[in-house]
Design a protein around this ligand. Structure first.
Ligand code: NAD
Length: 335
């Protein structure tokens, strides 16, 4: 089947070609992000593949539909960037990669915690300047600390397991409890209790209307003074302006993010030498206790193999009218 792949990066072409050997799809690589204006690049291709920062809004979907696209294969687990209702109204099929390597994201999450706690980002720069002082680098033992995990699905469950190994007391909130987490000693608590008693909070829920700005000014104010907040889920789960306020006041001890609400104009691009127009993001960059990675938590060899293998399999399944329902994105997922 002819498949237009939007937002293709150089590292993806070889991998996609490799995994495509068993599928034999006709791949049309496009570097541009999907937007209403670039949708016409998929002319005459019944299927497209998009990534986390492509615009899957109503206008873009209508433009894709107008040029004959019927399948959208997401190269991601998250689907907050796609207007599911519009896709359903247009009769377009949406398929995703529900789980590729939860370890990739979970390990990066814990990496952010350790780096912020022990200030590796600052130590690295200091040592390069031959400054071997320890002032300002004081951290704390992870052992014995209370970590609050919001969302204990595939990724959150692995985070719980790793942190249990560190000797942390892990507590969680989810709309649906995960028995595997209970088995390893995770306590489920309500959100307020989690905010008030966690030394570190880490976010692993999807971005939905219910989780949009879940960490707003109210929630941030309930957090323990000096606590750490980590977000590797989706940027919109945190109100970044409210986070800046509590960083400025000193109430929030540190912030580690791999995702940012307005990341589509920034991440996955080399913007060295340009002036960043996003003042909220520019302010976040100024804090010594904020560590930002540019949506790289998924970026391991194992995760890429899972993403490309499943994406191409999804296209084959669509072609053969043999779709695996677990891969479908429908409005029932956000109900
Ligand atoms: P998952 O579907 O396995 O788990 C999500 C969990 O969140 C589920 O247990 C669900 O019940 C829970 N949840 C849903 N609504 C909630 C709410 N209102 N409050 C609390 N919990 C709620 O998904 P996953 O594979 O663990 O991925 C989690 C998220 O991580 C994805 O939605 C995606 O946005 C993000 N992600 C980020 C990267 C990255 O590179 N940074 C990579 C993959 C996924």
């Amino acid at each position: 089947m002819k498949l237009t792949i939007f937002s293709t990066k150089a590292y993806e072409r070889d991998q996609l070609n490799k995994y495509n050997q068993t599928h034999g799809h006709d791949l049309n690589f496009v570097e541009a992000r999907l937007t209403p204006a670039t949708a016409t690049l998929a002319r005459d291709t019944p299927a497209v593949s998009i990534f986390a920062n492509d615009d899957g809004g109503a206008e873009a979907l209508e433009a894709l539909h107008a040029v004959g696209v019927r399948l959208i294969a997401l190269r991601s687990a998250g689907f907050n960037h796609v207007d599911i209702e519009t896709a359903e109204q247009l009769g377009m099929t949406l398929l995703r990669v529900p789980a590729y390597s939860p370890h990739a994201i979970a390990e990066h999450t814990v990496g952010l915690m350790l780096a912020l706690n022990r200030k590796y980002h600052r130590a690295y720069n200091r040592i390069r300047e031959q400054n071997f002082e320890l002032d300002g680098l004081l951290g704390f033992d992870m052992n014995g600390k209370t970590v609050g995990v919001i969302g204990t699905g595939e990724i959150g469950a692995v985070v719980c397991k790793i942190l249990t190994g560190f000797g942390c007391r892990v507590q969680a909130f989810d709309v649906k409890e995960n028995p595997a987490c209970r088995e390893i000693g995770v306590d489920y608590v309500d959100l307020n209790a989690l905010y008030e008693s966690s030394d570190i909070i880490t976010l692993h829920c999807p971005l939905t209307p219910k989780t949009y700005h879940l960490l707003n000014a109210d929630a941030l104010a309930k957090m323990k003074p000096g606590a750490m907040l980590i977000n590797t889920s989706r940027g919109g789960v945190i109100d970044a302006r409210a986070a800046i306020d509590v960083l400025k006041s000193g109430h929030l001890g540190s912030l580690g993010i791999d995702v940012y609400e307005e990341e589509a104009d920034l991440f996955f691009k080399n913007l060295s030498g340009t002036i960043i127009q996003d003042d909220v993001f520019a302010r976040l960059l100024t804090f010594p206790n904020v560590l930002i990675t540019a949506h790289q938590a998924f970026f391991t060899e194992e995760a890429l193999a899972g993403i490309y293998g499943t994406t191409l399999q999804n296209v084959t399944d669509f072609e053969n009218d043999a779709i695996d329902d677990k891969k479908r994105v429908t409005s029932a997922l956000v109900a």
